[in-house]
Design a protein. Sequence first.
Length: 250
Amino acid sequence: MLNVLKKELKISFVTPFGYVLIAGVMVLSGFFFFSLLQNFNYVSAKSVNIMSVKPNLNEWVILPYYQTLEIILIFLVPILTMKSFAEEKKNGTFEMLITSPLSIFKLVLGKYLGISIVAGLALCSSFSFCAALIYFTEVETLPALVGFLGLIFSLLSFLALSLGVASFASSQTVAGVVSLVTLLVLYAIDAPATQVNTSLVNVLSYLAPSTHALNLFKGILQSEDLIYFLSLIALGLFIANRSLETWRRL
């Protein structure tokens, strides 16, 4: 498992891929962060003479920033996972890997941890803006940290699901597109909730990761939200494990 993990990290950081990924995430997240901060400064200047209006940094900057990063992750994760198994199949090393004495679970876990570390480093780079805001201003620190925890759980669950999807595909393009569609459908599954039967509203809302992430973004830490994300991670890894076991039997 550690050898698979090291291989994933080596592929990411011996080549420019990992550095380009981190730099790209920082540039993109920085653009949205400073746009939100500029909007907050504008609203604050306009409301200086209105005693009842007091813009809050957590509500006007941190919360929408985390929501924006969650959407960015939906598009970023398929790029990271689409080559996890498809590239092995393309290079002809998949058969050797799948028939090795290494257990399928350890193979999947090694791949997952390697990709998670790379993606986690990119995500942590985006938190540097929030860290600066916490240090220099009067942001509510605990809700900001809990909100970032929500981003981490969102990332880990998206990666697990995408890895499960990628385990079926022999093409990087197919793996990437299907993973993206899967994550978009899951993210927006509660959108038609108000248009359907009321008995389905709670079900659709619960299935949407955005619902659970929003609670964490607001600084609300609940066990049911953590259980939801852990369940998604377990589901994605289980799918990948079963898929590769089928490949091994063939």
